[in-house]
Design a protein around this ligand. Structure first.
Ligand code: FAD
Length: 440
């Protein structure tokens, strides 16, 4: 390929034309002079996959992940740890596999983005230049939506909705609780990370209480009227955990959205005015896009609008936003979705900067939920870009969901599938071949 420097390119298109060129064309000129620089903020399910695919498909690309954590702890399957079905170590993954592929991993926090200069400012003071920026920073919490809740309050009343020390804290609190204690869990309204996640957690905490603290109760206050896989979960609540779970869904009379908490007294208060003193309080607050997405100017309200065919930001040029931070409805916010979106993002970047063939995006999601030992259910669908009221979205098709009254063999097979999926996504995203024991 003939490489032109900026002056030669200017001569070809005419001096005045250079200044008038679109940023995309300028991007190509800068890229033609050396390896294209792709900076990815967030080395989780979405970001790590983008990096792994880009570098595998084109080793010449200069791919950098900015990730504030040295070890990534998966939220997915973290409920299994709470239920006693997984070790904590089995949820943890390093970036060594990605480094082996030649990906640069900068363990730092991205503080800001200058879209005009195409730079990312790091907490340590450094700056990274990019040709294309990918943001997959996951979620932030709307602490102010619940009076009394804060980063500090979460040290007494953990959310455990970003896995890591919060997950360990919740487990320790459950283990330290006396038999006969009351665990209170609060669930936000839509949209939030992992729609069926709270109800899988209900099963896993109830499983722990049933086996270790049988006189205890789990009280759930939910801001919603209905939830994902509801009939299947409610069957499991009755079949396995009768007398342990007290599920309170918002209805025409009572609003069970939690509005106030007091970490000193461990009191939880709902919009309907119900007060409950908790022995252990798992407060899952309302959520929004990871903070850097807002700083980069990519948010509209709480989340980031994107072109559903490419996951490019509709607000900031040369920036992609994927995973939980993006508005990708009808796709749910899940690791499976983020991994699927990452393939489309990588393909688009390869077409843009490395002139590879552009493939039409194919999106898919499956979410498994563990109800009890060997009993797992699933829901899933395919998604394609579509338009409604002049706005792009991802239209679901070919949806499937586990049936009620399925045989134990089917449910066991679902569980095996979910374990195989976990191993596959970890290899796909982190180039990490799992050798840690799943069970404790
Ligand atoms: C309890 C629970 C159970 C779940 N179970 C499932 C499941 O079974 N299946 C499933 O598919 N999904 C599941 N999920 C959802 C899944 O974990 C998320 O949807 C997925 O991780 C989203 O990927 P992401 O790349 O958007 O964000 P993340 O995976 O959270 O990655 C974001 C990364 O960005 C980093 N970061 C953020 N801001 C910055 C910054 N400014 N600078 C540097 N780094 C930054 C963070 O440290 C983090 O590592 C579950 C979630 C929970 C809470």
């Amino acid at each position: 390929m003939v490489k032109l420097n900026r002056r030669e390119f200017g001569r070809l298109v005419g001096g005045a034309g250079v200044a008038a060129l679109s940023p995309v064309l300028f991007g190509h000129v800068a890229i033609a002079q050396g390896a294209a620089k792709i900076v990815i903020v967030g080395g989780g399910a979405g970001g790590a996959t983008v990096a792994r695919v880009l570098k595998s498909e084109d080793p010449q690309l200069d791919v950098t992940i900015v990730e504030e954590r040295v070890i990534y702890t998966t939220c997915f399957n973290s409920n299994h740890y709470l239920g006693g079905f997984r070790t904590f170590a089995s949820l943890q993954h390093s970036y060594d596999g990605l480094k082996e592929l030649g990906i640069t991993v900068v363990n730092d926090r991205a503080e800001d983005v200058d879209a005009a200069k195409r730079t990312v400012r790091l907490k340590s003071g450094g700056t990274l230049n990019y040709d294309r920026l990918v943001l997959s920073p996951g979620i932030g919490f709307k602490y102010d939506a619940i009076e009394g809740y804060s980063v500090q309050a979460a040290e007494r009343m953990p959310h455990a909705w970003i896995a890591g020390s919060q997950t360990v804290l919740l487990k320790q609190q459950l283990e330290a609780m006396e038999d006969g204690g009351v665990v209170v869990m609060t669930v936000p309204g839509n949209p939030y990370r992992c729609p069926p996640g709270p109800y899988e957690r209900v099963c896993m905490i109830a499983n722990y209480l049933k086996t270790s603290k049988p006189k205890s109760k789990l009280v759930v206050y939910d801001a919603k009227m209905t939830f994902s896989k509801q009939a299947l979960f409610e069957d499991a609540f009755r079949k396995y955990y009768e007398g342990i779970i007290d599920l309170n869904l918002t209805n025409e009379i009572d609003d069970f959205k939690v509005v106030r908490v007091d970490p000193k007294t461990m009191e939880v208060v709902t919009a309907a005015g119900i007060k409950m003193k908790a022995s252990v309080a798992n407060i899952i607050p309302p959520q929004k896009a990871g903070e850097i997405a807002q700083r980069a100017g990519c948010t509209e309200g709480d989340w980031c609008p994107v072109d559903p065919a490419r996951f490019t930001s509709t607000k900031v040029e040369n920036v992609y936003v994927l995973g939980d931070s993006s508005i990708a409805a009808e796709m749910p916010k899940s690791a499976f979705s983020a991994n699927s979106q990452a393939k489309a993002v990588a393909s688009d970047i390869l077409a843009e900067v490395a002139h590879k063939k552009r493939f039409p995006p194919r999106y898919r999601n499956t979410c498994w939920s563990l109800l009890a030992a060997d009993d797992s259910i699933k829901i899933g669908a395919n998604y394609a870009p579509a338009e409604k009221d002049g706005k792009g979205y991802l239209k679901a098709s070919g949806g499937f969901i586990s049936q009620r009254e399925e045989t134990a063999v089917v449910r066991h097979k679902n569980f095996e599938e979910s374990v195989a999926w976990y191993q596959a996504i970890i290899l796909d995203a982190f180039n990490d071949k799992i050798d840690k024991p799943v069970k404790g």
